[in-house]
Design a protein around this ligand. Structure first.
Ligand SMILES: [Zn+2]
Ligand SMILES: [Zn+2]
Ligand SMILES: [Zn+2]
Length: 166
């Protein structure tokens, strides 16, 4: 591959967005549509998290009444006859920063960084187990009880010492 075409490819991949989730495709699948020869390139995420490709192929099931059962390219509306993995494109796009799926969050990172970030920043807050909270508050009560018993014991001991002196 010559330097020039490579640069052009990078430019092309840079601009690609998954037509399902509008982010740079992760583990991209390239659709081979009827306009492929004319340069149509629809890349769709094929990962277990967003599963855009899965959602896309489900439209086949929805169209089941239609005997032709066509998958339609989301970019050119041409028929999709097959799909393929374009390894260099996939690697390139996997490393592209994408935005956090949390709307109010402005974090940008690669797919893996986003997963880690969500785990750290978002998941913990939204996934607090109510049972765990109950246990925690019971534990707090328990600590308070021990603390007050200790204070009482100290008082009694002091009184005892004071009493023995008088
Ligand atoms: Zn996607
Ligand atoms: Zn197309
Ligand atoms: Zn975030």
């Amino acid at each position: 591959m010559s330097q020039k075409t490579e640069e052009k490819l990078f430019e092309e991949w840079e601009a690609v967005r998954c037509p399902i989730c509008m982010e740079p495709p992760h583990e991209a699948i390239l659709l081979l549509c009827s306009s492929h020869q004319k340069g149509c390139r629809a890349y769709i995420c094929d990962n277990s998290q967003s599963n855009c490709f899965g959602r896309f192929t489900r439209s086949l099931i929805i169209n089941e009444q239609d005997p032709s059962k066509k998958l339609v390219c989301p970019l050119c509306r041409g028929e999709v006859s097959d799909w393929a993995t374009d390894e260099p494109a996939r690697r390139f796009m996997n490393n592209k920063p994408r935005s956090c799926t949390n709307e109010s969050c402005e974090f940008l990172g690669t797919y893996i960084e986003i997963l880690e970030h969500k785990n750290l920043v978002h998941t913990r807050v939204s996934h607090v187990d109510p049972q765990m909270l109950q246990k925690l508050s019971a534990l707090k009560d328990c600590v308070n009880q021990i603390e007050s018993t200790r204070r009482e014991g100290d008082d009694n001991l002091r009184r005892l010492i004071l009493g023995s002196r008088s």
